[in-house]
Design a protein around this ligand. Structure first.
Ligand code: ADP
Ligand code: G6P
Length: 473
């Protein structure tokens, strides 16, 4: 097997500098958590941004670099202006809301395209510097859409894959973007472009047709003398790792503590990056609605919402945090008692053990994004339930919904409907809970992250290597 070069904006670890010094912590988010295991097992490199290192002393920087080298991670440092214009700017103020159908959140006048382009070029240069003939390059996500074409120009013979981790929106949405054609041409530098679902593949194909007049024949597109393949590869998780954690005595002890603390209560759980696509406000409103209309649930329900801080320098994320804070306060003010409150809101990152203990302790997992490329949390919850219990309530707008038909499906825009679903989940008979969970677990275990990596890379290996370019005499 050839050496694998993973390329993503975010490395699986992020440098954290605070008053206690500097540390390297695991990154949150589906891309980093999902690919961490496969990277550890491969002998390859992972090229990406390790987070802000601007305030580190030279000694701290050397120590960080040694730790990254140990993990076979190659850092690409972003300057303060690149963080603000490439990462927070074009990637997270324009592409992220666009792909999640939230075009009203995009700045009216976008000024960061040139920096997005420049940083993509810097990524391609660094990858090309580390590339050895025979390597396979796998580029990830919306922050790096131009990298495949930049790489193709530098390494015409290289095998290049690209995976898009977020929804690819309808061409009606995508074509609103001023640089729409450049982005699509950037992706077409790859030999294989993967998406989570067949719907995203279809949206991409119709975008190719509308913008460039390119026709997709089955799963292939002829472009610039090459053949580019498209495919749906639903990303999985390291199910075995979650299952093993869920059986560890220390984790089971923590599960007992969670349950004892709430022996009279039913435990409802939400776990997300604090992102406006995750549908947390309406989720909270659904809990509020249930307590409002069914007084018998008051004092019998504990909703634990864990939210990891994310993209805090982007104004929309700060505003979203305020909104969530306010709703939590309102619901607790209305339905709390001197002894208890219905919503336990934890604004911080949890380690995998703590998350697994929460997954395993929950009666109902509430996953309600208004749009989500896949949503791995839904899968982690199922993997962490070797007891075959617990109910998954899942948004029909998450990519995961295509595979997880045994979840209780909800429309995340419908607060009343979510309150109904929540009640149905809380009252679901044990036999039905077990049947659904057994089916969900079978799927999550069979189509895990190793299956995903294998199926994408097998398909990539099967693509024909581009013919050598014949330079005109
Ligand atoms: P996204 O990629 O948009 O963040 P996913 O659900 O696909 O959404 O992936 C989220 C990942 O981040 C999961 O692997 C999950 O375990 C992790 N995560 C989510 N919330 C937390 C948290 N509070 N602490 C630590 N990890 C978290
Ligand atoms: C999503 C994106 C990833 C991103 C992650 C965390 O999963 O698809 O590309 O890394 O969110 O976001 P961040 O901005 O912290 O990298």
């Amino acid at each position: 097997m050839s050496r694998l070069l993973l390329v993503s904006n975010r490395l699986p670890v992020t440098v954290k500098a605070d008053k206690d010094g500097v540390s390297v912590v695991r990154s949150a988010g589906g891309l980093a958590t999902g690919l961490r295991g496969p990277h550890e097992r491969s002998g390859g490199l992972w090229i990406g941004w390790p987070g802000d290192v601007s305030r580190l002393t030279p000694q701290q920087r050397a120590s960080v670099e040694a730790q990254l080298a140990e993990l076979r991670c190659v850092p690409l440092y972003l300057s303060a202006s690149e963080v603000s214009r490439f990462y927070e700017g074009y990637s997270n103020r324009t592409l992220w809301p666009l792909c999640h159908y939230l075009i009203d959140r995009i700045p009216e006048q976008e000024r960061d395209w040139d920096v997005y382009r420049k940083v993509n070029e810097r990524f391609a240069d660094l990858v090309a510097r580390h590339y050895q003939p025979g390597d396979t390059i796998w580029v990830h996500d919306y922050q790096l859409m131009l990298v495949p074409a930049f790489l193709r120009a530098r390494l015409p013979q290289a095998r290049i894959g690209f995976f898009f981790h977020i929804p690819f929106p309808s061409s009606e949405i995508f074509r609103t973007l001023p640089h729409r054609a450049d982005l699509v041409r950037g992706l077409l530098g790859a030999d294989l472009i993967g998406f989570h679902t067949i719907t995203y593949v279809r949206h991409f194909s119709s975008t190719l047709m509308r913008l460039l007049g390119l026709e997709t024949v089955v799963d292939r597109v002829a472009y610039d003398g090459r053949e580019v393949r498209l495919g749906a590869f639903p990303m999985g998780i390291d199910a075995q790792a979650f299952e093993n954690l869920a059986k560890e005595p220390a984790v089971l002890e923590e599960v007992r503590t969670h349950r004892e603390k709430s022996s009279e209560l039913r435990l409802l759980l939400g776990v997300d990056r604090l992102d406006y696509t995750k549908g947390i406000p309406r989720r909270l409103l659904a809990v509020q609605r249930l307590l409002e209309r069914e007084p018998t649930w008051r004092g019998r329900l504990r909703f634990v919402q864990v939210a990891v801080p994310s993209r805090t320098a982007v104004a929309d994320y700060a505003a979203y945090r305020d909104k969530v804070d306010e709703l939590v306060g309102r619901i607790n003010g209305l339905y709390g008692s001197v002894h208890n409150v219905p919503v336990h809101y934890l604004y911080r990152s949890f380690n995998e053990r703590q998350l697994t203990a929460l997954y395993r302790a929950a009666d109902v997992m509430f996953v309600t994004p208004i749009r989500d490329g896949m949503n791995l949390v839904a899968k982690e919850f199922c993997a962490a339930r070797p007891d075959e219990d617990g109910v998954l309530v899942l948004s029909e707008f998450a990519g995961a919904a295509d595979e997880m038909g045994d979840a209780v499906m909800v429309n995340p825009y419908d607060v009343e409907g979510m309150a109904d679903a929540l009640e149905a989940a809380l009252e679901m008979p044990e036999e039905e809970r077990r049947t659904r969970m057994r089916n969900l677990r079978a799927r999550v275990k069979e189509y895990d992250v190793h299956w995903w990596v294998r199926s994408f890379l097998d398909e990539l290996q099967a693509t024909p290597t581009p013919p050598p370019r014949v330079e005109p005499a």
